[in-house]
Write a protein that binds this ligand. Structure first.
Ligand code: ADP
Length: 191
């Protein structure tokens, strides 16, 4: 059953999209993305896990950044993490029936990818932004996230690997269902 759901796809013949279950703090991609809040001073969920794994120098660095607007992203070094950089992206707090949230969520993904391109990074790992404490419904968020990275991957050679690291099996399956739909529409190629 689960074997029928995809875990990989290719954009533009050269950019790989991967979906895996795991803990993003263990990822050795060039950058990992943090689902940060606009203070950039740490928090719960994936943000707390990243700060714990990176050590206190990460907070020293984010303190210098003056916060970050919703829909934007800022980069720091990875400190004790296996990843060289952390891209702190601020997704929206979900509001029912507010069409602006999808634009802001897409922007958080896109700005992260733009930073990765600007710094010539080859690989980036994303968590499922806004779907924990920020309450964004998972299926809708997965659709926005994958649509945005696929659009980006079709237009840019770098980063050449875009990986989603989903925290449990049910989140992974939600993303896989959305990817299956995009593969069926030939929006993205099978890998
Ligand atoms: P937000 O405030 O943007 O909603 P959260 O951290 O509360 O951010 O949740 C975002 C997603 O990150 C959720 O799907 C949550 O299960 C997941 N998550 C929490 N810890 C980790 C981790 N260590 N690695 C990957 N994903 C994680």
């Amino acid at each position: 059953m689960q074997g029928n759901l995809p875990t990989r796809a290719i954009m533009n013949g050269q950019v790989a999209l991967e979906l895996i279950e795991g803990d993003i703090t263990t990822q050795a991609t060039d950058a990992i993305v943090n689902a940060a809040n606009s203070s950039l001073l740490g928090g719960g969920g994936v943000d707390g896990a990243i700060h714990r794994a990176a050590g206190p120098d990460l907070l020293r660095e984010t303190r210098q950044l003056g916060g970050c607007q919703t829909g934007d992203a800022k980069m720091t070094r990875g400190h004790k993490l296996p990843a060289r950089y952390v891209i702190h992206a601020v997704g929206p707090i979900y509001q029912y029936a507010d069409p602006g949230v999808a634009t802001l969520l897409a922007s958080a993904y896109r700005r992260s990818l733009e930073l990765a391109t600007e710094y010539q990074l080859n690989s980036i790992a994303f968590p499922s932004i806004s779907t924990g404490a920020y309450g964004y419904p998972l299926a809708e968020a997965a659709s926005v996230a994958l649509r945005t990275v696929i659009e980006y991957g079709r237009e840019h050679a770098r980063p050449a690997l875009i990986r989603f690291v989903l925290f449990n099996q049910s989140i992974l399956q939600e993303y896989q269902q959305v990817l299956l739909g995009f593969l069926q529409k030939n929006w993205v190629d099978p890998a």
